[in-house]
Design a protein around this ligand. Structure first.
Ligand SMILES: O=C(O)CCC(=O)C(=O)O
Ligand SMILES: [Fe+2]
Length: 165
């Protein structure tokens, strides 16, 4: 992977993620890769694992709307855990959560009563029921890529990057 510096706003989010992971004593290198996903209402991501490249930890910040993330077993695809990723939340996949499958269903709303973090959510209930309509969610998933290379300084300058981080 070729390295280009994160823009300032990502550096700021990344340092907060780093601070949290260090406090929780996750054994992970520098989060030097970020994937930004946008989900419109009705969109999701099929059940998958992030594979060995980013093991053992990925950390995701949610912004915009919320979405329910399911963890399914690889063995029989049964849902063993659901967590509502609300705006502002940091979610961390590690251990069994990393190695099993995760998915976001293609729904227009989420039933947050299914969420294991239901009692600690700050999202208000709509009309007193547990279905929360989706709004566009943008997620920032931070990962550690072990093998990276810097671009030559001259090229970074041409591309308008002043420093490498
Ligand atoms: O957007 C999310 O919260 C999950 C994204 C994800 O699982 C992925 O990009 O591999
Ligand atoms: Fe993923």
């Amino acid at each position: 992977m070729l390295r280009i510096p994160f823009p300032e706003y990502l550096k700021e989010i990344n340092s907060k993620v780093k601070e949290f992971l260090e406090k929780k004593e996750f054994k992970v290198g520098e989060m030097n890769h970020v994937l930004i996903n946008e989900y419109k209402p009705g969109q999701g991501i099929m059940a998958h694992t992030d594979g060995p490249a980013y093991s053992p930890v990925v950390a995701t910040i949610s912004t915009g709307g919320g979405q329910l993330l399911n963890i399914r077993t690889k063995e029989n695809k049964e849902i063993i855990h659901s967590v509502y990723l609300e705006p502002g939340a940091l979610s961390v996949l590690h251990g069994a959560l990393y190695s099993e499958l995760h998915e976001i269903e293609e729904n227009l709303s989420d039933d947050i009563s299914r969420a294991s973090n239901f009692h600690s959510l700050s999202s208000p209930l709509e009309n007193g029921n547990f279905l929360i309509s989706r709004q566009t969610r943008i997620s920032f998933t931070f990962r550690n890529v072990r093998s990276t290379r810097f671009l030559p300084k001259a090229l970074l300058k041409t591309l308008n990057f002043d420093s490498v981080s």
